[in-house]
Design a protein around this ligand. Structure first.
Ligand code: NAD
Length: 331
């Protein structure tokens, strides 16, 4: 470590974090990154191959809930900034077993805040908390979430993220800590865990299996390409105003059935079936409990204040994503 500033990134072996770290290191050649990740089922160290040999990068296998470890890292590396990605992130898992969501998402965030509060001791180092638009609940056919929307979380996952957002907020209001929170819509792109919607559609299609779609397939999500998200996080970390929240969206609203159909249409061209279309494999399955109908984001604040806008066209992002999974699954 030859340069002078080190930030702590948590959950960097997950989907968004492992896209973010190479991006951040490239943009900040004079900043070191310590990546603290527990390598749960969701973390995959192979996603960080590109930075393995980067002298400014260090991996630490551990838990954000571990006060002694986090404190030791702050002291050893003189941590002067935090970006907190670490979380349990899969809504379905939060329905079947919510306990770990409370632990990692709430207690883990609290633990990071506490170490930062005690060790930074009034220094205005940045603490950036990564969160989700799901904290705002569900929209009807019309309207968008903004930074002013009410928190109305509906799943144990979104409730745990909402709680962590509130803790971060309180550390600004109470202790004057330099915090920013960003809440974004569904990300898609390379390195996402197999359990999530888009990888599941691609894998099922190619393996000639049923493509499972919840309920009637009409639930709407806004899709943000993960590399656009990474640019947005960098802008917020560097230039966002302390105490503020920024919403990021991709302006790509589609219902789940449309997403599946788009992927099938691309695969029909890339990997034509002997007979018929991959669409024939789509099957509706029992809906997720408490399934929010629609999420959509008005990202005009970050656009006006920080000049960020999603820039990757959905068709291009989806093509890159599909190529990455075809390669991963060796198909
Ligand atoms: P992910 O599940 O792919 O990755 C989470 C990472 O955190 C994994 O590497 C895991 O090993 C690690 N982790 C879990 N518990 C930990 C603990 N106790 N200590 C240390 N590390 C731990 O998640 P993701 O999709 O990359 O999401 C990252 C963040 O972005 C999360 O906070 C999530 O709530 C938020 N977010 C994600 C999306 C999305 O579409 N993926 C959208 C909005 C917000």
């Amino acid at each position: 470590h030859h340069s002078n500033e080190t930030i702590l990134i948590t959950g960097g072996a997950g989907f968004i974090g492992s896209n973010f770290i190479p991006h951040f290191l490239e943009k900040h050649p004079n900043t070191n990154v310590v990546n603290l990740d527990l390598l749960t089922y969701a973390g995959d160290i192979r996603n960080l191959k590109e930075v393995d040999n980067n002298p400014n990068y260090r991996f630490v296998n551990g838990d954000i809930c571990d006060y002694v470890l986090v404190k030791k890292l702050f002291e050893e590396f003189n941590i002067c900034g935090v970006i907190n990605f670490a979380a349990e992130s899969h809504v379905d898992n939060s329905i079947s077993s919510p306990g770990q969501f409370i632990k990692t998402n709430i207690q883990g965030t609290f633990n990071l805040l506490e170490v930062a509060r005690v060790l930074w001791n009034g220094k205005k180092n940045r603490f950036h908390h990564i969160s989700t638009d799901e904290v705002y609940g569900s929209l009807g056919e019309e309207g968008f979430f903004t930074e002013e929307s009410n928190y109305q979380p509906n799943s144990p996952y979104s409730a745990s993220k909402a709680s962590s957002d509130f803790l971060v907020r309180s550390y600004h209001h109470t202790y004057g800590m330099n915090v920013v929170t960003s809440n974004c819509s569904n990300n898609y792109g390379p390195k996402q865990h197999d359990e999530k919607l888009i990888p599941t559609i691609i894998r099922s299609a190619i393996k000639n299996a049923k493509i499972p779609i919840y309920g009637n397939g009409k639930n709407v999500r806004d899709w943000l390409f993960v590399k656009d998200h990474c640019e947005g996080i960098t802008a917020i970390f560097n230039k966002g105003e302390s105490g503020e929240t920024y919403l990021l969206g991709g302006n790509n609203e589609f219902d789940n059935l449309t997403i599946a159909s788009k992927i099938c249409a691309i695969l029909d061209i890339k990997r034509p079936k002997a007979k018929g279309s991959y669409k024939d494999q789509i099957e509706f399955v029992k809906d997720r409990l408490g399934h929010d109908f629609r999420y959509a984001i008005d990202a005009s604040k970050i656009s006006k204040e920080l000049g960020w806008e999603a820039s990757v066209a959905f068709e291009l992002g989806l093509d890159e994503t599909i190529e990455w999974y075809l390669n991963k699954y060796q198909l």
